[in-house]
Design a protein around this ligand. Structure first.
Ligand SMILES: NC(=O)c1ccc[n+]([C@@H]2O[C@H](COP(=O)([O-])OP(=O)(O)OC[C@H]3O[C@@H](n4cnc5c(N)ncnc54)[C@H](OP(=O)(O)O)[C@@H]3O)[C@@H](O)[C@H]2O)c1
Length: 352
């Protein structure tokens, strides 16, 4: 089969035609890739080798496709047995040979791929899987917020509590704003000035321009929340210092317990009084050693499936920028150029 390959860390990506098609093992399915998307982690695996188990490496973690082959016991997180022809999406094992999505087919662990809701178009599904799972890990694992019941959602702002999302306009950010709102929070989100309307449309009650000085951001957060803020999510992983300034300024009015989570699992976490801090690690998804993560994902996927199916959670804007495996090369350049801003870059790999 065809796939994008990178010969060694930092090498130019190329199209390779003689990649063996993998066979699904216990609890796995083989998926024909119909759409994929470009994520920041694809650049990281290809340029640094982080999370890569063997070279040449095929990047790509977001996939939406159709099952073409079953391994033994292909049981979904929803508890049913997958069939050939079922459509699925989500985040594949990152950097692991045979599992990655910039290829015509790839393995998917049945318990962590998400059945495609009838209301979700395939390209939209390819745009949201990795971001939504990342947001869910941050909110329901690290911030320890209980799962919402999709059949009985709280009224907007029912908790009468604020949650701060740094970088609400990014893919992870948009998923986070929506999930926190669904969990009953009032959400204050940072974004560029051009993202304010988008942030309001997806449910933020207040927005703050992150391009201001840290002092101005702190004052704005203090004013909006009336000094009462115990939950913060950095969805772009660049805001440990701003968070420290915000929580320090609010120390007297929100003494704790306070919670913080970031998508940056590399930099040292801020150490603040009465504050839990954690870094999200989606990277080992699906690997047998990642037992805690995989068990969490199996529990949260039925909730996310329902929220998507009933269109409580909506994918962010996306743009299909290429076709076929060759199209990934162009789409990757488009994503890296930044011209698409917070619009997710998606590639159509094959017809259904
Ligand atoms: N740890 C993990 O397991 C994990 C998993 C997934 C993703 N990640 C990481 O999470 C980060 C976000 O991923 P993504 O896919 O959501 O990226 P993305 O969609 O490319 O994020 C782009 C957005 O970031 C916003 N932004 C940039 N700098 C900002 C700042 N200083 N403060 C606030 N907003 C800022 C921009 O907002 P405006 O348009 O408003 O300017 C832009 O829309 C990446 O670094 C990725 O590597 C980590």
């Amino acid at each position: 089969m065809k796939a994008i390959t990178v010969a060694q860390p930092g090498a130019a990506p190329q199209v390779t035609s003689d990649i063996p098609t993998p066979s699904p093992g216990e609890g796995q399915v083989l998926v024909k890739t119909l759409y994929t998307a470009i994520n920041p982690v694809d650049e990281i695996t290809a340029s640094t080798g982080a999370l890569v188990d063997a070279w040449p490496h095929t990047p790509g973690c977001d996939s939406a496709g159709v099952i073409t082959q079953l391994g033994p016991n292909p049981i979904s997180a929803l508890g049913h047995e997958f069939k050939v022809g079922d459509k699925v999406f989500g985040c594949t094992r990152v950097g692991q040979k045979g599992y990655t999505a910039w290829s015509e087919s790839h393995l998917f662990d049945a318990s962590i791929c998400i059945p495609l809701p009838s209301t979700l178009p395939l390209p939209a599904a390819a745009s949201i899987g990795t971001a939504l799972l990342t947001a869910a890990i941050g909110i329901f694992e690290h911030l320890a917020i209980p799962f919402p019941d999709p059949a009985n959602l709280p009224a907007a702002g029912a908790r009468d509590e604020w949650a701060l999302v740094f970088g609400g306009a990014g893919s992870v950010g948009q998923a986070s704003v929506q999930l926190l709102k669904v969990a009953g929070f009032k959400v204050i989100a940072t974004g560029g000035a051009g993202s304010a309307e988008l942030l309001k449309n997806i449910g933020a009650s207040a927005t703050v321009d992150y391009k201001q000085s840290t002092d101005a951001i702190v004052e704005e957060v203090k004013r909006v929340t009336n000094g009462n803020l115990a939950y913060a999510f950095d969805a772009v992983g660049k805001n440990n210092d701003v968070l420290t300034a915000v929580y320090t300024a609010l120390q007297d009015t929100t003494p704790g317990p306070r919670h913080y989570v970031t998508t940056d699992d590399w930099a040292p976490l801020p150490v603040l009084a009465n504050t839990t801090a954690g870094g999200i690690q989606l990277g080992p998804i699906g690997q047998p050693s990642a037992t805690k993560l995989n068990v969490f994902l199996q529990k949260v996927i039925p909730v996310l499936f329902k929220l998507l199916e009933q269109e409580t959670i909506k994918p962010s804007a996306y743009s299909v920028e290429g076709a076929g495996i060759e199209g990934v090369l162009k789409a990757w350049e488009v994503q890296k150029s930044g011209v698409k801003g917070s619009t997710k870059v998606v590639v159509k790999i094959a017809d259904e």
